[in-house]
Design a binder for this molecule. Structure first.
Ligand code: NAD
Length: 494
């Protein structure tokens, strides 16, 4: 049985709490590893290591920090196949999907390579006679990232790339369901030149998270996960005086208007609903079909489903893997089981004809869904597409805006005027116009509205830099120093 430990101060450290969790291969159902769950003392030792590393790291010049980010970028890129295999073995997603996740995470590291430019402040000369005023951005100190199971490589990269490039030291608490990638990344960061203590990985559960939320030396917490936990993290962390960004769950709608290219819309709906078995916070989970095209659209979606190959990642022809755990598979199956009693119709039932081993459900469709039904009101986080039939564009927009979540949304139309109206009116943070999964590129920022995000900062990009720094304004007056010396060497900063 494989044993997964912590990474503190530049080395693997075996847990001593006596508590651990089971890690499975979701494609086979086999219990493959045990992961240590940290005690309060182990969290404290990681925070102590991060605190000790902070003065040296925040004083490391920007050129050197940028060089290290370039090294990380190259090491992740050259090890991507190994990371993808490890990720797939614990998460279950197919290897092409895992490689896509790593590529999107790498974008954030590439963004952070520009840290000298990103941390430029502003300067006002002669604000008063002989007085200049300027602003600078400084790191917060020791910061923590708490991440979900569904992107074990990308979401940590969303956080640590900006956090450490800005001069903070970092403690990652990955999901206990697929923790190996985090430790492998820690090794790559060390190889890249990240000093010991700057990046630490603590595995664990609520005990570890709660200690991070209350530890006086942790300045900020970045969280991605489900809405109830995001709310808890935000409320507890801010009550303890920390800066918190907490991204939560989602229920993403795709509104298809009668003028849309229905084949393109059907391709998009199938890709966005069933990719990664629907375990994406940007997955499309509700298809809003305007009545006049609803039957034709649903038929096109339905017709595409038999071609989707479902099975373990070990067979490269498979496009969709299993769900993360047996419990989660059963929960998702429960939405299908309960749909008829609520008045909806399961038109494609993915509970049958699944591989014998592992935690599989095939792509499914529930038609005739309405608000008030469990399958509509709750996040399913599986390969189940709800179809809600609406009479008009206006009814579709009203439904989306009434939803408790506001992570992603997509509109399919050929009408630019309507698309513009949609972007103006919709109460959702990330909007796709004929794009089903509008995850922003790394030089914008990622974040939903309403119950999909608690806090003021979105993740990564410019808002990530703001989240992981605070600004300082200096007002200065100087006598003319009139000092100089002769040096014919080319000026350099390393
Ligand atoms: P989760 O909320 O169960 O767990 C997330 C993290 O919180 C894990 O590290 C976990 O160990 C920790 N945690 C769990 N319960 C806790 C508790 N009671 N107290 C303290 N910490 C706790 O989420 P998950 O199942 O790992 O991930 C799936 C969820 O994440 C979905 O709801 C999905 O929509 C959401 N998600 C959101 C985004 C986004 O950007 N908005 C991105 C990815 C996933």
């Amino acid at each position: 049985m494989n044993h997964i430990s912590h990474w503190i101060n530049g080395a693997r450290v075996a847990g001593t709490s006596g508590r651990s969790g089971a890690v499975f291969n979701p494609a086979t159902g086999v219990h493959t590893s045990n992961v240590d769950f940290a005690s309060v003392q182990e969290i404290d030792s990681a925070v102590a290591a991060a605190t000790a590393a902070l003065p040296g790291w925040r004083a490391t010049n920007l050129s050197r920090r940028a060089e290290i980010m370039f090294n990380i970028r190259n090491l992740v890129q050259s090890n991507r196949n190994e990371i993808a295999a490890m990720l797939s073995a614990e998460h279950g997603k197919v290897v092409t999907d895992a490689l896509g996740e790593i590529a999107r995470g790498l974008e954030n590291i590439e963004f952070a390579c520009g840290i000298p430019h990103l941390l430029k402040g502003s300067y006002s000369e002669q604000a008063a006679t002989g007085v200049d005023v300027y602003s600078i951005r400084q790191p917060l100190g020791v910061v923590a990232g708490i991440t979900p199971f569904n992107f074990p490589a990308m979401v940590p990269m969303w956080m640590f790339a900006s956090a450490i490039a800005c001069g903070n030291t970092f403690i990652l608490k990955p999901s206990e369901k697929d923790p190996s990638v985090a430790l492998f990344l820690a090794e790559l960061l060390k190889q890249a030149g990240v000093p010991d203590g700057v990046f630490n990985v603590i595995n664990g559960d609520k005990v570890a998270v709660d200690r991070l939320l209350e530890h006086p030396d942790v300045a900020a917490v970045s969280f991605v996960g489900s809405t109830p936990i995001a709310k808890y993290i935000y409320e507890t962390g801010t009550r303890n005086g920390k800066r918190v960004q907490a991204l939560g769950g989602a229920k993403n709608h795709m509104l298809v208007l009668p003028d849309a290219d229905l084949d393109m819309a059907a391709d998009a709906a199938v890709s966005a609903a069933y990719g990664s078995a629907g375990e994406r916070c940007m997955a499309i989970s509700v298809l809003l079909a305007v009545d006049s095209v609803a039957d034709a659209l649903i038929k096109k979606v339905q017709d595409r489903i038999p071609a989707i190959t479902v099975g373990p990642a070990s067979d490269s022809k498979n496009e969709m893997g299993p769900l993360i755990t047996a419990e989660h598979r059963d929960k998702v199956a429960g939405f299908l089981a309960g749909a008829a009693a609520e008045g909806a119709t399961v038109v494609v039932d993915g509970r049958t004809n699944v591989p014998a081993d592992g935690f599989f459900i095939r792509p499914s469709i529930i038609d005739g869904v309405k608000p008030g039904m469990r399958c509509y009101d709750e996040e399913i986080f599986g390969p189940v597409l709800n179809v809600v039939r609406v009479k008009s564009y206006a009814e579709g927009v009203a439904l989306i805006n009434a939803n408790q979540f506001g992570n992603g949304v997509a509109l399919f139309t050929r009408d630019g005027g309507v698309a513009r109206e949609f972007q103006f009116d919709i109460t959702v943070g990330m909007v796709g116009i004929n794009v089903p999964i509008p995850v922003p590129v790394s030089y914008y920022s990622f974040g939903g509205w309403k119950n999909s995000l608690f806090g003021d900062h979105h993740m990564y990009g410019p808002e990530g830099i703001n989240f992981f720094t605070r600004s300082k304004v200096v007002t200065s007056r100087w006598p003319d120093p009139r000092t100089s010396s002769v040096d014919l060497g080319f000026p350099q900063n390393r």
